[in-house]
Ligand binder design. Sequence first.
Ligand SMILES: [Zn+2]
Length: 255
Amino acid sequence: MHSKAYIFRQQQLLVDDDFQLPQVEKLQHDLNLSEDGEIIARDLQDDKAVPEGYQLVPIRQLVQVWSRQQFEQASRAVQLLEWRRNHQFCSHCGHQTQQHVSQYAMVCPACGYNQYPRVNPCVITIISRGPDEILLAKNARNKTQMYSLIAGFVEVGETLEEAVRRETLEEVGLQVKNIQYLASQPWPFPSNLMMAFKAEYHAGDIQIQENELSDAQFFNFDQLPEIPFQGSIAHAMIMHVMNGTPVADDTKEWL
Ligand SMILES: [Zn+2]
């Protein structure tokens, strides 16, 4: 039985010319990702060359060529590997940690403290105004012409709806109403859970937060700028509000 291997260098994954994972036998220092041990993941050390016939591709790009299931499995692998790399020492007493024998946990042999992988909740919101306009914003750090949706991390002690209201007010100075949950998507950059909401414009004039955004506008559906690629939840959310297509379900790919 051959194993599938997820071999990473930072946020890039080793695939062949057809974007398929290498089929290799169990490697040293592997990380089992399934009960039967058929899937392994590890880092490609910086001093190791990329094997003949393979390439390193940013995981973000693979969302466009892989099925949702393939992408989510790779997301899980990169997040667990990253998490393990960042928890080599106990955050309570500083002693070197060990891998738990059966759980995804790093255990401290000195004080017994267990560290578990975490996800960071993020809200992403599509704001509509009237029947045919949506708000899109251009990230200040993004050098492309792509416009996307308002998104940000949930703060401690905040509900998801409060995070939607706060992020919208902070980033574009607008108040929203009728906030509704749509769907969620794990997003491994580095370990986020994107939770998608739609909301309606309520009040205010656009005032962008200049260190975050370089522009924000309401766009008519027939005059949209460049939007996020297919496979991202933002793309599916825009299609949902424009066409009524579902954002995601258990059987469909991201639309
Ligand atoms: Zn400890």
